[in-house]
Ligand binder design. Structure first.
Ligand code: AHM
Ligand code: MG
Length: 322
């Protein structure tokens, strides 16, 4: 079986980039180990502090962030990092060629109830003319990503990764090596499964209300088929399901906090997941344009996220154009 390093070498991926991916996956193995310990690791519960997003951090949010930060900054290929849990970006090594953005533990409301969580990462190139790494250095549209992926901590530990030539999946083996289980993952074009936090319905804009109403009407509605629903409250698990069997995931704009364009963050969640989904033949939109075309103006900016099976994403875009 092909290991992650062998596969990246075969694909002639830049060795510096391979070393960045290795730093991420080594740390994710460490995070997986701690998650497996559960309450025995003494890591459940709140860290009793808020992150830059105004969310109360879990102990494991803080630990996962610290581990990734430490390992990535020690890597000579890393020019800088930006984390969902850190207010500012951190400059790395002078000879580094890559910038890494990450959500160290996505879906963290699921930690204490032992439901799947994950680490999401995106890798960008350091612009050639860059003399000093600042937040502005990271403000690159998603279509500039060099690589992106997630590590899912579920019944098994799975890595999904793209370097722009399709999506491959790897399972963490008992020997601590990630082995390839799938190459050229494809998201089915059509689907009859959707995921949305329907408790926010009253805050959505009219086109999203109309679309979800039509979904719920099933065979008797304008879409002419029954849709099933899933909501894990862990984007990594939802995207993994969609990469595996298709579907549509939505965290749309809502009016709860008009200063935020949505709940999910462009640089840590929207862009890397969109890169994976598009590389697997799906689509990702903020309802007005492809997510990866959105020009970022702030590292922590939010974005409405609609992603998954292509025909369904295109249908939602049409509801918003009508
Ligand atoms: P987090 O990065 O703070 O964990 O928040 C992101 C998560 C996503 O994984 C998930 O899709 C969403 O928040 C769930 O939100 P809700 O609590 O509204 O169901
Ligand atoms: Mg997150």
């Amino acid at each position: 079986m092909l290991s992650l390093d062998q596969a990246l070498e075969q694909a002639q991926v830049d060795p510096q980039l391979v070393s960045v991916v290795d730093s991420i996956t080594i740390t994710c193995k460490n995070i997986a180990e701690r998650l497996r310990g559960g309450a025995l690791s003494g890591l459940y519960g709140s860290a009793e502090q808020e992150n830059i997003q105004g969310e109360v951090q879990k102990n494991l949010d803080v630990i996962s962030n610290d581990l990734l930060k430490q390992v990535l900054l020690a890597n000579r290929s890393v020019a800088g990092i930006a984390s969902e849990e850190e207010e500012d970006v951190i400059a790395g090594n002078e000879e580094g060629q890559y910038l890494v953005t990450f959500d160290p533990l996505d879906g963290s409301s699921n930690i204490d109830v032992n439901v799947t969580v994950g680490t999401i990462f995106s890798i960008l190139a350091l612009p050639k003319d860059c003399t000093e790494v600042t937040a502005d250095t990271f403000l690159q549209a998603g279509n500039k990503q060099i690589a992106a992926g997630y590590v899912l901590y579920g019944p098994s530990v799975i890595l999904a990764i793209t370097t722009g030539k399709g999506v491959a999946m790897y399972n963490l083996g008992a020997d601590g090596v990630f082995y390839q289980t799938q190459d050229q993952v494809q998201v089915p074009t059509t689907t009859a499964e959707f995921a949305i936090n329907i408790s926010n319905q009253r805050f959505w804009q009219a086109p999203m209300q109309a679309y979800v109403n039509d979904l719920l009407l099933g065979e008797e509605g304008p879409l002419g088929k029954r849709f099933n629903m899933r909501w894990i409250a862990s984007m990594v698990a939802e995207v993994h399901r969609i990469l595996t069997r298709g579907g549509i995931f939505m965290y749309p704009y809502d009016s709860r906090d008009p200063s935020k364009a949505g709940k999910l963050r462009l640089m840590y969640e929207g862009n890397p997941m969109s890169f994976l989904i598009e590389q697997a033949g799906g689509a990702a939109s903020n309802t007005l344009q492809p997510i990866m075309d959105v020009e970022p103006h702030h590292i922590h900016q939010r974005v409405p996220v609609i992603l998954g099976s292509k025909e369904e994403v295109e249908r939602i875009n049409r509801y918003h154009k009508a």
